[in-house]
Write a protein that binds this ligand. Structure first.
Ligand code: C2O
Ligand code: CU
Length: 480
């Protein structure tokens, strides 16, 4: 089994690896309806940690980690030709997008795997919603994503949001050996039954970053995306007050997060506005303090010497809403969803009592066969294998999912093909009634979410800690 070293191990850090910044060039309105891309899944050496460590042999898109940032405009049609150069089958899932079921990238459910050694598949679909999304395989994803196959997809609003820069931080977490290679042991029982494959090296845009250069007085729209397979982030921007403008790509009234902490479970995104209120030459830490015993500095905001761009900031503006169908709670169908299983007390999750919810309760063949988790008593493993839908939802009707996390662990619960509103947490109305595609449930937490089941097809509903997903925490909803 692995011990989990503290990610604070700065011996992995390359000297002042700067994070790539991409200033937004003003873009002419394009008449072209289709935005074409190609992606190649393959293996490549990548300089995650830098000298004196050798490059890391990763599995990745177009030879990069994260994969290329795909960018299109709301209302356009995306076309991505994917070629598989891996030695095993794969697919690409477009996380958070409302798209036709056949484009959802789930092997065995929505398509056959793309054949190894040169197979191709063309994904093509409209982009009704702006926002920050991402893409990753849905095929043995606990290993394929952990080896590096993941990238960010941005759908721009028709009007550019008012900020000086539009920046993405793609967060990834790696379990590396001493010589900076990806450690084996994928899908081991320890990871499956506990917090998942948490790593020992965190990268921002593919590098162990020391600092991020900013200018006093500038306003940055920062898109945070958690592409990790298991690590939850809780980011504190010391000396700054980031305002959330979107969760999982979906606009929300600008607000400061509770306790100043930006919490992102695996799969989740948060768009924030960060006003650089520090002075030229100052330096502020961005600290990840989600796991309290293991807080570490993700990187530092490093102010340049230039004089401030402005002295005072206007209030952050809200993003324009996406055309998401509004829920109708008066006519909603209500379903209870209970998550159970896992081993022992939550190492990081508080709680502390042994096994909330019996390990074997109602599980089909549980225990040592590798099924560790259940949804409503059923463990489904292996996406790619047909199984009966957990729920059949009437097309066009509002659905309320009353979810209960009856375990000692956190679970980021993700639904494909729809966004849901988070209505309550532990019985209390949420402040923002935010739209999301993933809801992070704390140990023992309950949450009610609602959405209009308007997208026909079979859709996955699963934990985005990918070892949990592979170990049973997965189901499908049929919208018919
Ligand atoms: Cu991000 Cu089912 O996936
Ligand atoms: Cu989980």
């Amino acid at each position: 089994m692995f011990d989990l070293p503290n990610p604070l191990r700065r011996h992995f850090i390359a000297a002042a690896a700067a994070v790539a910044v991409a200033p937004l060039a003003p873009r002419a309105w394009s008449a072209a309806a289709v935005r074409p891309f190609t992606l190649q899944a393959g293996t490549a050496p990548v300089a995650l940690v830098g000298d004196p460590h050798p490059p890391t042999e990763a599995w990745c898109f177009d030879g990069k980690v994260p994969g290329p940032e795909l960018r299109a405009r709301q209302g356009e049609r995306l076309r991505v030709v994917v070629t598989n150069r891996l030695a095993e089958g794969t697919t690409v899932h477009w996380h958070g997008l409302r798209l036709p079921n056949a484009m959802d990238g789930v092997p065995g459910l929505t398509q056959a795997p793309i054949a190894p050694a040169g197979g191709t598949f063309v994904y093509e679909f409209d982009l009704p919603d702006a926002g920050t999304y991402w893409y990753h395989p849905h095929s043995r994803s606990f290993e394929q994503v952990a080896r590096g196959l993941a990238g960010v997809l941005i759908v721009d609003e028709p009007e550019r949001y008012r900020a000086d820069r539009d920046i993405t931080w793609a967060l990834q977490d790696w379990r590396l050996t001493r010589d900076a290679q990806i450690a084996g042991g994928f899908g081991n029982m320890m990871d499956r039954t506990h917090a998942g494959r948490i790593g020992n090296t965190v990268t921002v845009n593919g590098v162990v970053a020391e600092s991020f250069d900013v200018r006093a007085g500038e306003r940055i729209r920062l898109r945070l995306a958690n592409l990790a397979v298991a690590r939850i982030f809780g980011l504190e921007f010391q000396g700054h007050r980031p305002q959330v403008i979107a969760y999982d790509g979906q606009p929300v009234a600008p607000h400061e997060p509770q306790g100043g902490l930006l919490v992102l479970g695996p799969g989740e995104r948060i768009d924030v506005v960060v006003d650089m209120t520090g002075a030229p030459g100052e330096r502020f830490a961005v600290v990840d303090r989600f796991y309290r015993q293991n807080a570490y500095e993700l990187l530092a905001l490093a102010y340049g010497k230039e004089k401030p761009l402005r002295a005072r900031f206007d209030a952050a503006t809200a993003l324009p809403p996406n055309p998401t169908p509004e829920i109708d709670l008066a006519r909603a169908a209500r379903h209870e969803i209970v998550f159970a299983g896992g081993m022992g007390p939550g190492m990081m999750g508080g709680g502390g009592s042994m096994g909330r919810g019996p390990m074997g309760g109602g599980m089909r063949g549980g225990g040592m066969t590798g099924m560790a988790w259940t949804i409503n008593g059923v463990a489904v493993t292996e996406d790619g294998h047909a199984h009966d839908p957990l729920l059949t939802l009437e097309r066009g009707r509002t659905v309320v999912l009353a979810m209960a996390n009856d375990t000692n662990w956190h679970h980021p619960i993700h639904l494909h093909g729809h966004f849901f509103r988070v209505l309550t947490r532990d019985g209390r109305a949420t402040r923002q009634r935010e739209w999301r595609d993933t809801a992070l449930l704390a140990p023992g937490e309950k949450a009610e979410v609602a959405f209009v089941a308007d997208n026909p097809g079979d859709w996955m509903f699963h934990c985005h800690i990918l070892d949990h997903q592979a170990a049973g925490m997965m189901a499908t909803f049929r919208v018919a």
